[in-house]
Ligand binder design. Structure first.
Ligand code: ADP
Ligand code: MG
Length: 227
């Protein structure tokens, strides 16, 4: 398994009480598998991604990335583990306005090293993978919302992660573009053999994914299984 969350519990301080955001969550995702976590706003989806990304330490439970237990690691070791193993697609495409698509990919840490020509070729290949062939010299304002999301996905794949974490990728998109993004995630999950978790409050495109689990008040339950 590329991602294993076992009995994960996360709380946040809430005045003089605590708010339980994740309440004994178990999740296993294999290489080449796309799992959707569906659930309403406030149910704990982003907290789940933050824990899986090792950005947030759980109160208890285990987080294992590509065989490495994040539990005993220092903050610096977790940062390294994250860099090596995790690609993150945030809800808002975090692109720099002045850079072209290929420059956005080249700006990631992972594209450093090697000759400039090689780097540019690798970045162009990644953009082709996400369907942006021919648009690599466009800046964000010359791309549609769906295309910007594609650049974001290309960036997340640049480090050849074992685990790809995607937060609400269809939230800002119309129906067709939303569907295309989920189709793309299914495709890159298989092509790159990455373990992908996509969280969404949108239940519209879930026929594209391998498994759907439902988040309710910090608890995960089975919804249905495809394929
Ligand atoms: P979702 O992504 O499904 O909307 P979140 O994981 O963002 O859910 O939030 C789950 C619960 O935890 C919500 O009640 C939210 O208000 C609360 N929460 C999230 N982040 C924090 C935080 N940093 N501090 C306090 N409460 C938080
Ligand atoms: Mg969220």
């Amino acid at each position: 398994m590329s991602l294993e969350l076992t009995d994960v519990r996360v709380t946040y301080p809430d005045g003089d009480r605590v708010l339980t955001a994740l309440d004994g969550v178990n999740l296993r995702v294999a290489a080449g598998q796309l799992v959707a976590v569906a659930g309403p706003s406030g149910s704990g989806k982003s907290s789940l991604l933050a824990v899986a990304a090792t950005l947030l330490r759980p109160d208890s439970g285990r987080v294992v990335l590509d065989g490495v237990d994040a539990g005993g690691l220092s903050a610096a070791q977790r940062a390294r583990l994250r860099l090596e193993k995790v690609g993150i697609v945030f809800q808002q495409p975090n692109l720099l306005a002045s850079l072209t698509a290929v420059e956005q990919v080249l700006a990631t840490h992972h594209m450093r090293g090697g000759s400039v020509r090689r780097q540019r070729r690798a970045a162009a290949e990644l953009l082709a993978t996400v369907g942006l062939d021919g648009k690599q010299h466009r800046r964000p304002h010359q791309l549609s919302g769906g295309e910007r999301q594609r650049v974001n996905i290309a960036r997340a794949l640049a480090g050849r992660p074992a685990v790809l974490l995607v937060d609400e990728p269809t939230a800002a998109l119309d129906h067709d573009r939303g569907r295309q993004i989920v189709e793309l995630l299914a495709e890159v999950t298989r092509q790159h053999q990455v373990a992908t978790v996509m969280v969404t409050h949108d239940t519209e495109y879930l026929d594209q994914v391998d498994e759907v689990v439902e988040m309710r008040d910090g608890r995960l339950g089975a919804l249905e299984t495809h394929r």
